[in-house]
Design a protein around this ligand. Sequence first.
Ligand code: AGP
Length: 609
Amino acid sequence: MCGIVCYVGSQNCSRIVIDGLSRLEYRGYDSAGIAVHSGTEIHISRQEGKLAGLEEKLRLSPLSGSTGIGHTRWATHGRPSENNAHPHRVGKIAVIHNGIFENHLELRASLEKEGCVFSSETDTEILAHLVSQAIVSAPSLKEAVRQSLGKVQGSYAVAVLSEDNPDELIVAKNASPLVIGIGEGEMFAASDVPAILKYTRKVMFMEDGELARLTREGAEIETMAGEAVTKPQKEITWSHIQAEKEGYKHFMLKEIYQQPTVIEDTLRGRVSIEGSGVATELMGFDDATARRIRRIVLLACGTSYHASMVGKYWLEKLAQVPTEVELASEYRAREPLVDPNDLVIPVSQSGETLDTMEAIKIAKAGAARILAISNVVDSAIPRSSDGTLYTHAGPEIGVASTKCFTAQLAALYMLAVHLGRRRNTLTKDQARELLENLMRVPKLMNEVLKKNDEIKKIAHSIAHLKDALFLGRNLSYPIALEGALKLKEISYVHAEGYAAGEMKHGPIALIDENMPVVVVMPNDESLKRIVGNVQEVMARGGKVIGVVSENEQESAGIEMERIVIPACPPEVSPLLSVLPLQLLAYHVADFKGTDVDQPRNLAKTVTVE
Ligand code: AGP
């Protein structure tokens, strides 16, 4: 989720690149840098922190030249620091990268064996070394980049600048966005359209597996196999703000739609189907420690708490470790018993939530081992933990968390399989099957997202109502809680999430024709019983909206509104069944005209008591 801006032309590129980067602020960043070719040499300026820091540095020591590449970093490998900021330079080559090189550890080890010295902790620097080696014998910069990219696996949008080629840039794309902008005697490239909209509205969107040589005269685009590609130019008619949202009306909707990619990114380079394992290089404990864990305590707030509740089911079932889930604010309010053989897992999107931070202090004082799950590299919670399993969801702008929730689920599922293998509670075959099921989730998520129009209609039919009830059992219980939280936080509709089995102990008294009841009922071992709950609701005149599995017969005879999700193994159903609830909440809120991305009274990062 880094930002990329490149320029080749006749103007001073420094100003254009920095201006472009500033338009990518909505992506969030922790460091920034620029490389400019002066005509004879490449000069680089990098700075940790916000772009303003780099701007100040450039004000004091300006860089001038008319070919340049710039980058804002959202850390995935290596903490935010000046050394880890892009561009990375090796010899005459400077590189910027958005994405993740999956095989970076093995490539780094083999390059180090050959004598390469690394100056950062990033996966990106590998490419700078590879191109720098390849350029010695390759016929051109383009070929050197092509050969080097042939060695990396993973996602990337990259731009490469060489000291020997003052008037050209090589850019390439695989699974990370890259757009080329066409000017008069000048060319641009960027990770996102808003970065270059001020300069041109004529663009070409690069596809995966394409590489381009940019000069003032234009772009020569090829496939990785070397076949020339002719691309239609497109005229961008979106406003700047629309472009930031990639045409979606709100960031929340964009983030809901990003989820298939986010799950792929979170799994990328970590899940090995062949080895039936999960690479957990950053967890901060070895296999012996994994076997010694007596209890897991998950600490979190809000949506992260709901993800943790799902995690409990997986950790107990797959790794067979007794697991407790605690609201961080309650944990810190009492005097919890902590054991040195506890593994305490704070789960926090922002990595800065005050209650979770304070709860960690208690767990640390009891000598428990702390493994964070967070989306923000080097934020306060990872910094105070022994290890961190990062989600790779990119910055989440909508205050209502969506993509970070499912990324947390993916991380917790991976962790449960990892511990299950280490503790021998899962066979190799069982682990392989579980991981294969997880890898199929992004494709299935895309199927769910196709139901958007149906869900919108249902949302409009209930938008005038004042209350709603969400029910689920087993793995779907936390999803019901999450569905209710989403609805209340953005649409201000009073919503309650309940374990379906608890309905008869109280909430059933609320049921009437004005109380829509959303029932999360995928095809799992609890289905029969939850069908019983649905019948109880209907018998009392309640309107039921069921999130049900495709081709499932148990609920077939019931006359309720249905949102059908694809058939899937029960373990992965939470990653799918939450999507319709996010969309339902979104459309109710949008229909009511609330401030979807910044609902009243809520903050994205809660650093207060
Ligand atoms: C979710 O939609 C909320 N905005 C909120 O509940 C959030 O999940 C909570 O504040 C925890 O934040 P964290 O994950 O950054 O710690």
